[in-house]
Design a protein around this ligand. Structure first.
Ligand SMILES: *[C@@H]1O[C@H](CO)[C@@H](O)[C@H](O)[C@H]1NC(C)=O
Ligand SMILES: *[C@@H]1O[C@H](CO)[C@@H](O)[C@H](O)[C@H]1NC(C)=O
Length: 822
């Protein structure tokens, strides 16, 4: 396709590419798409992409350079060792931590309120573009003792950097003093992907102080020096940095004890210090010991950029990054009434920043059961016993290595990719940075196997596996998970449509760097090319769902519009359907191969609708027609197979002891799934009942959000009580969005939907905000009686969807009375 045929929008984009890449203007679409991909890759190359760590930086390159931070208060022997921080943990008594501001293209600020070490850390991380290898970056680490700290508290900081694969890395500063470095420490290195680079670890400002004491060991190793230990570690163990550090410290402790005896040790600040042995190696520990407050910089400079990063550059970048973040936030996600206040804005910035700051790059093998045992078809009564036996017999294999770019549900507890979480995560992200969201979608799709399956939990490599009990590490190619990535693809199609309708906005108005957050929207041709590139995968994925999760209509004389459209989750046990995402939500008992699941057919409806629109967008009209037929059949079958006239809600179906198809009704999230997935139009005769159910305080409504299960259900709050009463933000977002969609179009229940929308939005946001203020954290779920945050702490995955809720418009209250009286 030649430039003359491409829309005028392209010209400014091409010029921007030319400016940014300092190359001649591109002259056709394929060059442009390569350029956009390249520019995206460059600006996304580096980041705190080890979100399992409080601070862990790596590029999106497998087996490459990585860097991180560990620290501890070293005031007493007993606790110093326990207090070394490295991986995010829930049991370390943190008074909150995370990104207050963060933009994946530029950087941001993380604060860590480490109550146990009585220190507050601030880490500013910035990216500095330039050169041919993804640019440079820098971090400023600041510590301030908390109010309850001793005035001269000793804190030790260990920065480390290592190389997983080929290349070299070594200390190049001349050692002025064998006892440690008085000035900055410089590393230089090379890898084929990163080219030449250097890392400077500065001494920081003169105000930094260091502990002193009279023990004779001080003469050999004064603590006002920086200590560097260079090591060669087996690549399989190199991620176990804390173990490596402890091994080094133990050697020193043993030597000291040998010379001075256990009864005459140096103070802890001296004892827990590594030996100064700088040189070459694939792992380097850099240790500093401070008294009171401190500050120092870590400066990574790409050799191909025109200038190395300095502390002055860093200072300027910190200021501009913060300013630009706020400006963009106010433009993209400004909280709307009643949340248009300073404190809600700060809250929303933090939630968005933690969501995006939780994005990581993962690489390694995973464990898959490819036995394809016939039992896995789950066709017999008692199938769950047969499948358990088959799983016991199976010999899962290591597959890969694979790689994944994704955000994570929770940095301390779930620091890895989860398929159905990701679709929710990307809802606020696609507004903030469309190209980033599309990049992540693409990364997930690249994990698809040849049958169209994507494992729902991505546990790649031994570092990721170290956080998962062994029985949960195996992935099964017949297990599905809600196809939420299609929500994002549908949102993308909405954006393309809106763009087409809008008068052509000039790209020149957008800041050059920001163009690459929305290149796929600014240029219809690029958007089209993106969809075309993933379309075969989307189809394959869709067909995999249709065939592997099919439900049985014909064997049980069920009457329905279509004899084909019915669905059943595989991988069910008596108590759980983990694959549905709503693990312990009550289902038919006992399980039966004739079961039909209303949540799954609803997801399939959403998926079909999205795929139809995608097909239409790229002119695959025959496909679109076919998907349209499936969509209608699903819509009809949702009512025919799942609507229960007596219960006035949607229900699962199963086969009873007389071999009859019967409904299994448990009011709650599952029973409103057709509504949640947009399968219920504003004129649906079932809509009123669903709205009534949502709004009834004796059933789903609470002051803090919509409960997962009705208060009137016999299983309410019972057993594990995971999805049996608590309030989940992701599903509440779906409720809210569909209330909104119902409220803004003509229809008989417009007013009711509007009131529910306004009240729910307020209840949800206010509660998540209140708990965040109170505890310092976002939570996995909220208690429907008290509103308290519960279970996993620092759950900044889909709980961050409050960002989107705040930026949704307020709908003024209707003239009429509250929904109860309608
Ligand atoms: C992204 O950039 C890195 C560093 O320049 C390079 O090694 C890698 O091949 C690039 N990836 C893609 C997909 O272009
Ligand atoms: C775009 O315009 C068409 C025709 O006027 C309309 O049907 C469609 O709903 C609009 N889409 C959006 C996203 O505004």
């Amino acid at each position: 396709m030649h430039l003359s045929k491409i829309s005028t929008v392209l010209t400014p984009l091409l010029n921007a590419v030319a400016v940014l890449s300092s190359q001649a203007p591109a002259d056709d679409l394929s060059v442009l798409s390569q350029e956009v991909a390249r520019t995206n890759n460059q600006s996304l190359l580096w980041g705190p992409y080890k979100p399992n760590l409080y601070f862990g930086v790596r590029p999106r390159i497998p087996n490459s350079l990585f860097a991180g931070l560990m620290w501890a208060k070293v005031d007493d022997y007993a606790t110093a060792q326990q207090n070394f921080r490295h991986t995010c943990e829930q049991n370390e008594g943190m008074a909150g931590y995370g990104w207050d501001e963060y933009d994946i293209r530029k950087g941001g600020r993380q604060t860590i309120h480490d109550a146990g070490n009585s220190i507050d850390l601030t880490i500013d991380f910035v990216k500095v573009p330039g050169g041919q290898h993804g640019g440079s970056w820098a971090a400023r680490v600041k510590g301030v003792p908390r109010e309850d700290a001793l005035p001269d508290q000793s804190t030790t900081l260990v920065f480390y950097t290592g190389l997983e694969g080929l290349g070299n890395l070594g200390v190049t500063t001349e050692t002025e003093d064998v006892r440690g470095f008085e000035g900055d420490v410089k590393f230089t290195g090379y890898t084929s992907e990163l080219g030449d680079f250097s890392i400077d670890v500065t001494t920081g400002p003169e105000s930094n102080e260091h502990p002193e004491h009279g023990h004779p060991t001080y003469d050999e190793k004064p603590l006002d020096r920086t200590l560097v230990s260079s090591l060669n570690i087996h690549p399989e163990q190199i991620w176990q940095t804390k173990v490596i550090l402890f091994t080094q410290m133990k050697k020193e402790v043993d030597e000291v004890v040998k010379v001075y005896g256990a009864e005459n040790p140096p103070p802890p600040s001296q004892l827990f210090a590594i030996k100064n042995e700088p040189g070459d190696g694939n792992m380097h520990l850099v240790q500093k010991v401070f008294r009171g407050a401190f500050e120092f910089d870590i400066l990574f400079s790409s050799g191909s950029s025109s200038q190395p990063v300095t502390s002055e550059t860093l200072t300027e970048k910190i200021a501009s990054t913060s300013l630009e973040f706020s400006e963009r936030f106010d433009k993209v996600h400004p909280p709307q009434t009643p949340f248009d206040t300073e404190e809600y804005s700060e809250f929303s910035k933090s939630m968005l920043s933690n969501l995006v700051g939780g994005i990581g790059f993962f690489h390694g093998t995973d464990i898959v059961d490819r036995s394809a045992a016939p039992e896995y078809d789950e066709e017999n009564e008692g199938f769950w016993e047969e499948t358990a036996e088959a799983r016991g017999r199976a010999q899962p294999i290591l597959e890969g290595p694979k790689e994944l770019f994704t955000s994570v549900p929770s940095r301390p507890f779930f620091p890895r990719g989860f398929l159905w979480d990701e679709g929710f995560h990307l809802i606020p992200v696609i507004d903030w940075d469309t190209d980033l969201a599309l990049e992540i979608v693409k990364s997930w799709l690249s994990l698809m196997d040849e049958d169209g399956w994507i494992a729902r939990e991505q546990i790649l490599g031994s570092e990721a596996r170290s956080k998962v009990p062994p029985e949960f590490t195996v992935q099964y190619p017949h297990y599905a998970n809600p196809p939420t990535l299609f929500i994002i693809l549908e949102a993308f199609i909405d954006k393309l449509d809106a763009k087409k309708n809008a008068s052509i906005q000039t790209v020149a108005e957008t800041e050059a760097a920001d163009i690459f957050r929305s290149a796929y929207i600014e240029s219809a041709e690029l958007g089209d090319a993106y969809i075309r590139s993933i379309y075969p995968l989307l189809k394959k994925h869709y067909l995999w769902y249709r065939s592997t999760q099919k439900g049985d209509i014909k064997s049980y004389d069920r009457e329905a519009f279509s004899t084909r459209e019915a669905y059943r989750w595989r991988g069910r046990s008596v108590q759980h359907i983990l694959t549905s995402g709503l693990d312990d939500y009550p289902r038919a008992q006992p399980p039966h191969p004739g079961e039909l699941h209303v949540d799954l057919i609803s997801w399939m409806g959403m998926m079909t609708r999205a795929l139809r629109r995608i097909a239409l967008a790229i002119g695959e009209t025959e496909d679109a027609e076919e998907f349209g037929k499936y969509e209608t059949a699903i819509e009809r079958n949702i009512d025919d197979l799942h609507w229960d006239d007596d219960e006035r809600t949607y229900c699962d179906a199963t086969i009873d002891e007389y071999e009859e198809s019967v409904h299994v009704c448990h009011k709650g999230y599952i029973s409103i799934f057709p509504f949640l997935t947009g399968m219920l139009g504003p004129d649906s005769p079932r809509l009123k009942a669903i709205l009534d159910l949502i709004g009834d305080p004796e059933e789903l409504w609470s002051d803090y959000g919509i409960r997962s299960l009705s208060k009137k259900d016999e299983f309410y709050g019972t057993a594990e009580n995971y999805w049996r009463s608590p309030i989940w933000v992701n599903i509440n977002y779906l409720v809210l969005k569909n209330l909104y969609d119902t409220a803004i179009v003509p229809g008989p229940h417009k007013e009711q939907a509007r009131d529910l929308y306004s009240n729910l939005r307020k209840n949800l946001v206010e509660n998540v905000f209140r708990e965040w203020k109170k505890t310092g954290f976002a939570w996995e779920q909220y208690n429907p009686e008290t509103g308290n945050g519960q279970r996993t702490q620092h759950f900044t995955g889909w709980t961050s969807m409050v960002v989107k809720m705040m930026s949704m418009p307020e709908l003024p209250a209707s003239e009429q009375k509250g929904h109860d009286e309608l």
